[in-house]
Design a protein around this ligand. Sequence first.
Ligand SMILES: Cc1cc2nc3c(=O)[nH]c(=O)nc-3n(C[C@H](O)[C@H](O)[C@H](O)COP(=O)(O)OP(=O)(O)OC[C@H]3O[C@@H](n4cnc5c(N)ncnc54)[C@H](O)[C@@H]3O)c2cc1C
Length: 351
Amino acid sequence: MKKQKVAIVGGGILGRLLALTLIERREDKLELSLFDKNIESGFGSCSFTAAGMLAPFAELEKAETEVFKLGFESLSLWPLILKKWCCDVFYRNSGTLVVAHTQEQQDLDLLSSKMRKYENYSSEIQPLTSSDIQNLEPDLSKKFQRGLYICHEAHLDVRALLPSLSQALSAYRNVHQNFGIYVDDVQAGKILLGNQWVDFDWVFDCRGLGAQGALHGLRGVRGEIMKVRAPEVLLNRPIRLLHPRYPLYVVPLENQEYILGATLIESESTDNISVQSVLELLSAAYSIHSGFAEAQVLEFSAQLRPAFSDHCPRVIVEDQKFLRINGLYRHGYLVSPALCEKVVSIFCEVK
Ligand SMILES: Cc1cc2nc3c(=O)[nH]c(=O)nc-3n(C[C@H](O)[C@H](O)[C@H](O)COP(=O)(O)OP(=O)(O)OC[C@H]3O[C@@H](n4cnc5c(N)ncnc54)[C@H](O)[C@@H]3O)c2cc1C
């Protein structure tokens, strides 16, 4: 039987995971080509800059129900994905600790009331006193009087994950990965490479902000993070500090490395991180643990998150066999597994 030719344009988290999900279900029926203008590590993509938090409840501070649902479903898919394809990638499901300074306690109550609307609330969320916080994270500043512990949230190392997904794809003979290849246009049944149209049965546009010209209302929302090595800090799980102006998360990785993030700026500037953002991130980090003063700065990064006005991801069926998936905003890792399942079910319905 003739195999269906599939093109996935864009190899960020979404494109790579979609490629694996599709090929796993339909290995004998597909010839799949993945294209990305960047290199295999993912450097230069939004996915490369992410902090890797898988936090559907904590994100309810700003996110919509749809993101929560996709994220909650994805939370149970991630361990299966990692086991199948990326078992060496750092992943931890030790939950999230949310705290606020005394004058911002109402923000904790607000988040708690948003989370309470969801049925899993009572099994997932524990209100904490200051001694509970100390038991959970003994190294954290003692000034936090109350907090919330979200038990089953997780985080992973995105820098290890992206090449690992690519490695997993290279094990399939009928997958062709094309890194360093710019795709000039994407249409139903074909993609433009240089001045040559190449035909495909199926086309999936996963270009993130690269699809801005084709998707009305898609915009970039700037985010900046820092990576530090902090030998004097021992935190076991992501800590989120709620603050009306200077919110912060600290995400622990291996080797005493921490990601401090992230700014959320309505700008499409791709300039380097600003001094103001550095000052804000570091001051907030210092306020949760004074040991960050001794940390070594490893990296600053800035990227644009692809977003629609409602900040929800969209699967747009342009044609029966031409789909655009975009607008993952600050939730690409959180929602991709469930979103890929949704796309694969659309794929399987078409004869
Ligand atoms: C600072 C920061 C922190 C974040 N933290 C988190 C987090 O903790 N958890 C979470 O879930 N999400 C987080 N995110 C959001 C997440 O990174 C994005 O939602 C996600 O990366 C979007 O993935 P994507 O695959 O849709 O797009 P991208 O990662 O942008 O991938 C699109 C790909 O398409 C390629 N491309 C574009 N145009 C072309 C073309 N013409 N030809 C060929 N290739 C092309 C690009 O090279 C790129 O690799 C964060 C984002 C930022 C900026």
